[in-house]
Design a binder for this molecule. Structure first.
Ligand SMILES: [Zn+2]
Length: 393
């Protein structure tokens, strides 16, 4: 049977083509509204993809650490000497062979893309780093502030090694959230001596290096008031109180500043032979800031040697040949010059997992001091009433 022309296949196709042709015309205003929006979204997506690709490429390029004076490998420390091992960021193993301290203890080193998702400690990386550093037991983990790249693993590392965690009330909340028992958590008081073997630790009020506003808001500058139970978004690990840490020992005294920030006058009462200073973002600060930072840290304690810390790319796994932060995030040379050029003494870089032995302070040339006094002893403020001298009690 022959169909009328109106119903033939060709006629139907022709009609539908005509309808499509008209879709963008003024006859079809309702079909048209979504199109510019879709176009815009497509452009935005392309732009975001291109930007992500460019950032990913830019993050592959990092400065070279080799032109800087790197401490050579040394024979193992003798009994009574203090050795220092840099383990990335401001994580440092400090030991005299009997007592073992580890600042911060951050080994998870979350990658940049994962920072946009909930994060947790990486047990495999923690175990690997502890094994490579030869750490099986620790006495104390003093935490310098509570951003994720300092405190996130400290409770887990304490559980593995039997250590006491010491730090701000924010740090205590992180340790609680990791399941560490209460008696192994010490909320510290500033300028108060905490003794572990022959080491005495003083937590000194400090500041944090200024960061761009958007990063400061993202990483958090406030206090942590609830236990942090990972996985959590990065902002859960707020800064809390930042400290400089003075670690006193008869074989040498060190100052560790976990971020390039300071509080004027706080370190004036201390003496230290070595100043381990965070360098990240220091090169981006003004000349006046850089000078004030050195005046209030290395110069305030009279350190003969400055050792930079927190210069490594902590978004990658810790390796013995760890690379510096990518150019995009920090200019290593500018940050190191800010320290080295303002210091009238030695400037030495430590490679991860390579112990460095402190040179014991020279014996005083003058008459011996009265009993009970030491030339390296700071004169801390009187301890607050009721404070314990021993954090293990
Ligand atoms: Zn920080």
């Amino acid at each position: 049977m022959k169909l009328p022309h109106t119903f033939t296949k060709q006629a139907i196709i022709r009609r539908s083509v005509r309808i499509d042709d008209n879709a963008g015309s003024a006859d079809f205003p309702y079909n048209n509204t979504g199109r510019p929006l879709m176009k815009l979204l497509r452009w935005a997506l392309c732009f975001l993809l291109a930007l992500t690709l460019l950032v990913a490429i830019a993050l592959q390029f990092a400065p070279d650490i080799e032109p800087w004076p790197i401490a050579p490998e040394v024979p193992p420390a003798k009994p009574g000497e203090v050795s220092l091992t840099f383990l990335g960021t401001s994580t440092l193993l400090i030991t005299d062979g009997k007592t073992h301290l580890l600042t911060d203890g951050y080994f998870s080193r979350v990658s940049i893309p994962r920072l946009f998702t909930p994060i947790s400690p990486n047990r495999e990386r923690i175990d690997e780093a502890l094994a490579l550093a030869g750490i099986d037991a620790l006495d104390a983990i003093p935490v310098l502030h509570s951003h994720f790249d300092h405190v996130m693993d400290s409770g887990i590392v304490a559980q593995i090694t039997g250590a006491q965690v010491l730090g701000s009330s924010s740090t205590a909340m992180v340790a609680r959230g990791s399941g560490l028992e209460e008696k192994r958590i010490t909320t510290v008081q500033t300028h108060h001596p905490y003794r572990f073997g022959d080491f005495t630790l003083y937590f000194v009020p400090a500041g944090h290096v200024p960061l761009p506003g958007i990063i400061e808001n993202w990483t958090g500058k406030g206090e942590i008031t609830e236990p942090v139970t990972p996985p959590s978004l990065l902002g859960a690990w707020e800064e809390g109180q930042s400290y400089g840490l003075v670690v006193e020992h008869p074989a040498g005294t060190i100052l560790i500043q976990g971020s390039a920030g300071m509080q004027p006058g706080e370190l004036d009462r201390y003496q230290a032979d070595y100043a381990l200073l965070a360098s990240a973002s220091l090169g981006k600060q003004s000349e006046a800031y850089q000078q004030a930072f050195m005046d209030e840290t290395a110069s305030a304690v009279g350190a003969h040697t400055v050792i930079p810390v927190h210069w490594d790319d902590f978004f990658r796994k810790l390796e013995p040949d760890v690379r510096p932060l990518p150019w995009m995030l920090d200019n290593l040379d500018a940050s190191f010059h800010a320290l080295a050029d303002r210091h009238h003494g030695d400037f030495v870089v430590l490679k991860p997992f390579r112990p460095f032995t402190l040179t014991p302070p020279a014996a005083p040339a003058t008459a011996p001091l009265p009993q009970g006094q030491s030339p390296v002893s700071p004169a801390p403020a009187a301890p607050p009433p009721g404070a314990s001298d021993d954090a293990n009690n």
